[in-house]
Write a protein of this length. Sequence first.
Length: 274
Amino acid sequence: MTDLVVRRLLIDLETPFPARWNGGDAFRSAFFNALSMSFPVGEQYFIDSVREGVKKLPAEQQAQMAAEVKGFIGQEATHRRIHELFNKHLTDLGFENRFAKRSLARIQKQAHLNVRMHLAVTAATEHFTAIFADWMLHHPEALEGAETRLQTLWLWHSAEESEHRCTAFDLYQALGGDHARRLKVFRFVTFIFLTDILRQTVRNLWQDGSLFKWQTWRSAGRLLFAKDGMLRSNVGLWRDYLREDFHPSQHEAPLSQVWLRDNTTQFTVVGQAA
């Protein structure tokens, strides 16, 4: 069981920000914008999957997981709301969110699938977000030059992702989800997640007018494929999910609690799993 705290972030998201808000870097801004564009739809999907999944458990197990599920839903709902506000500024800047349209269509097409399948998708995606979140907390320079309020947004989200990385996985296991299906779904999610983010990033760069500039892709190489880059350095953590004995709790994320402990003035607590 995981104690999950629901927090309300105390930052100003009414004031607009420029297209290249991330230190003036076109690629870093476009890439993080693509991630943010995916979050509201994704997080609502995670909420729905977990909410439906817990209903399928025997009454005793429902009671055991009720508080954690409530905290999970509260955290994800808060992330959804914050990124909706962030994304509104992107829309005002002229960026088109094609990721959300494709994701909605895909979710509607798969709505008939059983709850274990939806939980497997949620657990797989949460693994991605958790390892990327921990990477962010270790590499705050990825937000170098951004306004403090926007740095806070991304680091707060990263810290909470590390907190609730086990919930969907545990529900999947509790409902008898098997290893073979978990791997099949994980490989599918890997392909979809990375290709959708890449496509939206390219679209953002095209709209920004920086798609064909050398410095754009030099920045991409540093962020993603350097020795300690977001993708290259996380291959081992990604591969861990393939093990039959894997559990998300095996990946420790101490910087999550450090950030939350050291930044209490940036949020208020509105709920906590008992």
